[in-house]
Design a protein around this ligand. Structure first.
Ligand SMILES: O=C([C@H](O)CO)[C@H](O)[C@H](O)COP(=O)(O)O
Length: 211
């Protein structure tokens, strides 16, 4: 099981500061959607250049033009790019085709997918690398977690790796780990730890590594 740090509410300099603190304990660093909106793919490029040994995920949440947007993110240095599960199949297939050409990977974000089991089953046949259940900020604010969705997709996904994101904290991590995702994605659970981001990341890494 691997650990991904999601960076959402920072600029490029702030992202680098946090990565410097926790790089020893993460497998993948995510350049979050708000960062890409604010800074563009330059954020992906600069982080990859500064931390070449870390895999970088560009959280573009692609909804259309899958091939073109995967191409641009891959050229910027992304190793993994997100596409939305609610997109048309042609968008996901286009993203996968381009990612293979670029030697990068596609993560399908199932945020706001209603028929999650059925859609996960379909997407699992499209040669994607990860299928990620995700309770976004707005759902988190309404008290919705993605834990049940993880259990649902685990029943039907057999090709892609499974991932989970959305509001995961140190206290809730053991329950998430018990459900057996391949990748756990944590943003605020690490970044909002005031003086001990490194210690929290270290503890999380130890827990996911044991699983
Ligand atoms: O993808 C995310 C969200 O939609 C904002 O772009 C976050 O990276 C994801 O939810 C993980 O962050 P936390 O919920 O803070 O753990």
């Amino acid at each position: 099981m691997e650990l991904q740090l999601a960076l959402d509410l920072v600029d490029i300099a702030g992202a680098k500061d946090i990565i410097n603190e926790v790089a020893d304990y993460i497998d993948i660093v995510e350049i979050g959607t708000p960062v890409v909106i604010n800074e563009g793919l330059r954020a992906v490029k600069e982080v990859k250049q500064a931390f070449p040994s870390l895999r970088v995920l560009a959280d573009l949440k692609i909804m259309d033009a899958g091939g073109y947007e995967v191409m641009k993110a891959s050229e910027a240095g992304a190793d993994i790019i997100t596409v939305l599960g609610v997109s048309d199949d042609s968008t996901i297939r286009g993203a996968v085709k381009e990612a293979k050409k670029q030697n990068t990977k596609v993560m399908v974000d199932m945020i706001n997918v209603k028929n999650i089991e059925e859609r996960a089953k379909e997407i699992d046949q499209m040669d994607v690398d990860y299928i990620c259940v995700h309770s976004g900020y707005d759902h988190q604010a309404a008290g919705i977690s993605s834990f049940e969705d993880l259990l649902k997709i685990k029943r039907v996904v057999s090709h892609a790796k499974t991932a989970i994101a959305g509001g995961i904290k140190l206290a809730t991590l053991p329950q998430v780990i018990d459900a057996g995702p391949d990748l756990v994605i944590v943003g605020g659970g690490i970044t909002s730890a005031q003086d001990n981001k490194r210690a929290v990341a270290a503890e999380m890494k130890q827990l996911v590594s044991q699983a």
